[in-house]
Design a protein around this ligand. Sequence first.
Ligand code: GLN
Length: 243
Amino acid sequence: MSTDESRIRIVWVYPDLLSTYGDRGNVLILARRAEQRRLPVETMEVRSDQPVPRSADIYLIGGGEDGPQALAAQRLAADGTLRASAESGSVIFAICAGYQLLGHSFFAKGVQCPGLGLLDLHSDRGPTRAVGELAGDIDPRLGLPPLSGFENHGGRTHLGRGVNPLARVTTGVGNDGTTEGAWFGKTLGTYSHGPALARNPALADLLLRWAIGADRLPPLDDTWPDRLRAERRAAVAAPAGRP
Ligand code: GLN
């Protein structure tokens, strides 16, 4: 890791195993929104055969198929850095498979696998695969507009008392048809692909705020992301079979 302390250090964890439905876009959006405020950024991709760099400001983990997800969980547990960094205040943002593996356990290919236990939740399998648009009203304490995303997962997630639901589902399934995602401290997980931070730039800014504080993050012109959000939200609201 660079020793230049002024940079915001963003680590994309295991893109060789966990990166589906445009999840890499989350790295690009975070870096772009920092650079638009003239904040220096360093992004780094760490493959699953490399040690995870310590004490980055933000770690991003994407979604994936069951096999790569189980392997990623094993390697992250053996590596240990993600847990140590979360405990020392780093931000962690995880999508779908990455979200499930932050919990106590999850199912992959019919087998229960231990997770990292960074979020008080566990995942099992649902009766059907959840595929399609995902929308919800985000926990008002986070001060964000409604979530917009795309989901594709077989797992269902059950929250313990030690986490807060990220959102109440208005379209789609999320955790269990009622809640979607979870957050605790500076760790936040969601089923939302799309990529999530392109579709929800206010969520990207929340992660940046958690990492470096609010005073260095003046508002940006979000005309284009707002158009994308309006288009997706209109698609969700359209009756079935209509454009
Ligand atoms: N393998 C997990 C599931 O199906 C996660 C899928 C994903 O990340 N899209 O539940």
